[in-house]
Design a protein around this ligand. Sequence first.
Ligand SMILES: [Zn+2]
Length: 875
Amino acid sequence: MVFWRGVVAAGLVCGVVGGARVEAQRLPGGVRPEHYSLMITPDLRAATFTGSETIDVVLERATNAITLNAAEIEFGAVTASVGRERGQQQTQIPFGNDKQNAAVTLDAAKEQATLSFARALPAGPVRLAIEYKGILNDKLRGFYLSKTKLRSYGVTQFEATDARRAFPSFDEPALKATFDVTLVVDQGDTAISNMRAVSDRAGPVAGKHTIGFATTPKMSTYLVAWLVGDFQCREGKADGVPIRACATPDKAGLTKFALESAKWLLHYYDGYFGIKYPMGKLDMVAIPDFEAGAMENFGCITFRETEMLVDEREGSIPAKKEVAETVAHEMAHQWFGDMVTPEWWDNLWLNEGFATWMESKAAAAWHPDWKYDQDVAGDLDDTLDLDAQATTRAVRARAETPAQIDELFDGIAYGKAGAVIGMVENWVGEEVFRKGVHEYLAAHLYGNATAEDFWDAQTKVSVLPVDKVMRSFVEQPGVPLITLGAASGGQLPVTQRRFLLAGAGGDATRVPEVWTVPLCFKGAPCRLVTPETKDVEVSGAGAFIYANVGDKGYYRTNYAAGQLAAIVANAETGLTPAERIGLLGDRWALMRGGEGTVGEFLDLALAVKADPNAEVVDSALDRLETVAKRIATGDDRAWLDAVVRREIAPVYAAMGPPSKHESWERVELRETLFGALGEAGDPAVLAEADSATATLFSGHRPADPTIADAAVALAARKGDATMYDKMLRVAQNASDPDLKADALHLLTRFEEPILVMRTLEYAVSDEVRSQDSWTLIALLLSRRATQDLAWQFVQQHWTEIARKATVSSGARIVEATGAFCSVERRDEVASFFAAHPVTSAERTLAKALNGIDDCIHLRAAQEPELRKWLDAHAQ
Ligand SMILES: [Zn+2]
């Protein structure tokens, strides 16, 4: 699955708002499902469906009761028939006529149903036949309804534990089986599922037709999918595999780019994994209402519209980069996750870490010109900060209930696990690592495996202690800080400890974490630093020593003063852009952790202001803005803004006007500089923003279209109701999903209190999709100018917000409160969510409170330092 990356924060955590706390447990075992046959008849108008299902199971021993998973399912007739001895020529097990009926007992809290039989069923094969009814819900999970202005669609999202809402099942990842899916749909509608359609006949009643799909390979229940509606598809082919990219008819013109990327990627993955894509076809479908970013259903990938649809000709490169990465992520899962699946959710991180690491590797192989390495460096930085909070968790964590499993889908499972995998690949070498991946997959095809299986394969192939390195990063929480002393005789003293951001506090009773880390120097081979290592050999390293080549290591680095000065002096010439991003991240984090001052950081940030790489400048200016918003108060803010204007205006001016064929990166850079100057109150930029916005809303092309988004965001701050209404109309009527999302987000830029209230009311109205509602509220909570009003609203309208919430949106609102920066607000957040608990958001709340403490601490520690720096620089 890919999380909806949204626009708010790095650590995205799933959760469920309100409702009964779900305490479902593991199934008792003793029953092995082998094959499901499902016939599903949805009624899209009534929002219900009926199911007719057989499950062939093998009983380990005789029993009177079989327990499986079911939630919001109404059972009809349930029978069991015992399998007979197989005839010599027969491959199928024949089931006898000695059917017996089951009594069904439901346990709603455990999401389980127990089928009880008067006569014991013998050990061996048994066929269960189940008639049932279910609901097409509006919570974006299980089998649910998605709507456009014209009609409803029936779609599925089963990861992690929601297949049980669509069919009674043994809904655990290790209980793999084969599936035959049949859908009965309206004449004129189509159906898409994991496999290709093999039959399509009229009936069983007038106005319906019945579509049967080929039998799947052995797979987990959470990877089953089916979609019903009038989707339209564009077709292509790669390595002999038919690929389709599908959307609702109004958006069918936006599927070309996703299809082209999938064609390239399928061939790439066939080669990389050394195992051919097995499903006979691949479908990708964009769905109007979708909770996550995308989902890797085997052979049938589903997407949020903005993650798959982009205008081939008009779409921006950043929008295309995101689509390519999302397609690459879900396609990587077809092998890593779908063919070979973790035994249980505690190893979910291996799935998501691998796909997160692979998404940029594969997309970068397709488009080396898109500089994914810089995006990866930026993401790594966010993850390191998240993991330097005292409230972080170890990558591998126990999870038994659906709520606990949901909370595992976070920035640690994706970001940290992906970074650790990237660090290992960089250390052992690309080809050695690829072989290890192949060995692991080949040994467990269509089965399940554990993280140990993965790192044991890598250890064997590389003949390096990959297991020790991965274990130390997976089983312990937090970030190592590697401190290097002054070099002497080609030796560098090295120490390590866990790094925590300011305000995090330590626990003296805890055994301190120590890591086994491959430390990779620029211009020298990697050295393995173990807990016992006292110094490392660095002879052969270049003119200055930089200990994180390519920014691939999952650690923060601190240097002796002289060494740091040499690195900073050589940053623009001796480091790659990704390494510069890493250096900025390290210095910023170390300042927050109490080493160095905000003034030293500002000097470094201004030293890279003219960097030609948009992502480097963005990392620097983003933090300058954070200093302005989180550290500076009163006059300091005005003085800091004046410094920013003085330093950045000449860089922006030097870019000159946009040329006709400007590169995408220059466009990004121009917009970043323009936005920063506008935020700092540059009068010329603000005037340009107003005029560009007026031109745009009068239906014309502004003089400089490359700054359009930033211009509107700036103009909206002082925007009035007339401008707001224009923006709202774009949000309501845009057919391009990206434009629609941008317009929605820009509504949160209006600062006039009446307009802030309008956005809040709009966010909880029926006009905004559940998937977007929380984003608007979270954005308003995250900005200083709007957060007080938004917080008041959240407290007063919690019932409405909770009613509209989906699986994860409640937790994301909790998360957004982490942007506050006062003791008063921290206490309010703590007491409000104590009184209004959000399920699956326990850790999220702790992190939000931790974030507020960090900010309070940062301001207290660095405000005097900022004043000193301003005294010296603000003239
Ligand atoms: Zn994923």
